[in-house]
Design a protein around this ligand. Structure first.
Ligand code: IMP
Length: 173
């Protein structure tokens, strides 16, 4: 069941995207920026964000999933890896939600081994209450409570990604 009232409206999200992009344009001025989108969840945030960036940049994508049977080991399945080298580049990972932090921490550790000039993380949503692994999130769109959310690229069973806003998903009963 989808809550009727958005947790974050389309307008709130777009306003925050502009604020984050303004900060990124300043921080990455004169750098060699590669923006890495983590699919699928970040696709909408990623595309809204990059169209607000005015610094020279390139894009790439990864598709990853956590091992469900080893929740805290931090191992991930990489279904689709970056197509280009990140060595010497200023890499910005763009993710939808940081929950336990396991997925992002594993991605970060993997990419650090490839010797980027810098590696930072931008996440639209942060559920700090749920954190199990201490991963540095450099840019956060919104801190949210411990609720299961959908919309704006974020799914429940691969549905609801098309909603232009973010809302709480509650299971029936
Ligand atoms: P973590 O490894 O626990 O931080 O998991 C992060 C991933 O879990 C996110 O990229 C999402 O794909 C998924 N996730 C976490 N919370 C939610 C939620 O509230 N709605 C939908 N997906 C979620």
């Amino acid at each position: 069941m989808v809550a009727q009232i958005p947790l974050l409206t389309e307008q709130q999200i777009q306003d925050r995207v502009i604020e984050l992009a303004t900060k990124l344009n300043s921080d990455y001025d004169g750098k060699n920026l590669l923006v890495v989108g983590i699919l699928k969840g970040a696709f909408m945030f990623f595309s809204d964000m990059v169209r607000r960036l005015t610094v020279p940049m390139a894009v790439d994508f990864m598709i990853v999933s956590s091992y469900t049977d080893t929740e805290t080991t931090g191992k991930i399945n990489v279904h689709y890896d970056l197509r280009e080298s990140i060595t010497g580049k200023d890499v910005l990972i763009v993710e939808d939600i940081v929950d336990t932090g396991i997925t992002l921490n594993a991605i970060r550790q993997m990419l650090l081994q490839r010797a980027p000039a810098s590696l930072k993380i931008c996440a639209l949503l942060d559920k700090k209450e749920r954190r199990l692994v201490n991963v540095p999130v450099d840019y956060v769109g919104f801190d949210i409570p411990n609720e299961f959310v959908i919309g704006y690229g974020i799914d429940y069973n691969n549905n609801y990604r098309n909603l232009p806003y973010i809302t709480v998903y509650k299971k029936e009963g």
